[in-house]
Design a protein around this ligand. Structure first.
Ligand code: GUN
Length: 303
């Protein structure tokens, strides 16, 4: 069997970001509107700090405004509500993102409910999750949107009738990606930590989306020959060797070395889904600004 095609998320994300930058420049020139994203980081989680910095950089490169809010780990729910309320009212702010996870005792559900649904670029508000579940247009969570864009690029409308397995049922990835695949007429199964025979479920899947957050969970001999594998896992493992300054190794949920010998196509980690997530955040921020200005959102925002 031939080795799998490596799906180049970095290249697709670069092209998407260029289209977003073009549309952003047109929005500014034709309508005087500059999309702006408020990025809120609570606490000092090092991985979140890296993510937030790369989001702000990507916004600037696309010609958008970034409003950064760094809050102490001890920020109360009332203080966070107040900040979100002021961002909801601020006309310069098209979208609001509170980086997850937030330190306890802050509750994710409460802060997500506080964000105005039309500024919810993460698509996490229950109103938007409900719209997605009913097949209505809605802001779609960024990682799932990135997955669907890569699949549409490969299969177009041929996704219809394909058997898809989503491994993981989080609100950030598993559930929304399953809804998107269902809306695209796939036959969708959602597996999770209590699934009885995960290997057997995997072997039936034409499309396998791995979003369990467990390094190397999915083995090569679980994959249906020729299947398309999207590895959403971003697991940081301690570096090999004794160098204390060495960076952690990033690995996915799929054993890439094994899966690449069986799959038809596979996303690498890093360089697969990760860059698509940031590109889709730009898509959603632009779409929020376009909707606010009474204009249709760019097509990629409406999968
Ligand atoms: N943390 C990890 N992924 C995400 C995401 O997509 N959005 C937010 N807000 N936080 C995250």
């Amino acid at each position: 069997m031939a080795r799998a095609e490596i799906i180049d998320g970095t290249a697709t994300a670069r092209a998407l970001r260029a289209r977003v930058a073009d549309a952003t420049a047109r929005l500014a020139a034709d309508h005087g509107v500059v999309p702006g994203l408020a990025v809120v980081l609570v606490g000092d989680d090092p991985a979140s700090q890296v993510y937030v910095r790369s989001k702000s950089r990507a916004l600037a490169e696309a010609g958008m405004a970034a409003f950064d809010h760094r809050l102490a780990a001890g920020t109360t729910a009332d203080q966070l509500d107040q900040l979100i309320g002021s961002l909801n009212r601020d006309p310069r702010v098209s979208g609001i993102l509170v980086q997850l996870p937030v330190p306890p005792p802050l509750e994710v559900a409460r802060l997500q409910a506080a964000i105005a649904p039309d500024k919810d670029v993460d698509g996490f508000h229950v109103a938007n999750a409900g719209r997605l579940a009913q097949g209505w247009p809605a802001p779609v969570p960024c990682t799932p949107l990135g997955c669907l864009i890569l699949l549409r690029q490969r299969f177009g409308t041929g996704l219809s009738g394909m058997r898809a397995l989503v491994v993981g049922r989080s609100n950030i990835v598993g559930r929304p990606v399953a809804q998107l695949l269902l809306n695209a007429d796939c036959t969708v199964t959602v597996a999770h930590s209590r699934t009885a025979d995960l290997a057997a479920e995997c072997r039936r899947a034409d499309i396998l989306v791995a979003a369990a957050g467990r390094p190397g969970l999915i083995r090569g001999d679980w994959i249906k020959p020729g299947a398309t594998v999207l590895d959403v896992g971003v697991n940081r493992l301690a570096p090999a060797g004794a160098d204390p300054g060495a960076k952690p190794r990033l690995v996915g949920d799929v054993r890439f070395d094994e899966a690449v010998e069986v799959a038809g196509a596979i996303t690498p980690v890093p360089g697969g889904i990760g860059p698509m997530t940031i590109a889709c955040l730009l898509v959603n921020t632009l779409a929020a600004a376009q909707r606010r200005a009474g204009l249709p959102p760019m097509p990629e925002a409406v999968p």
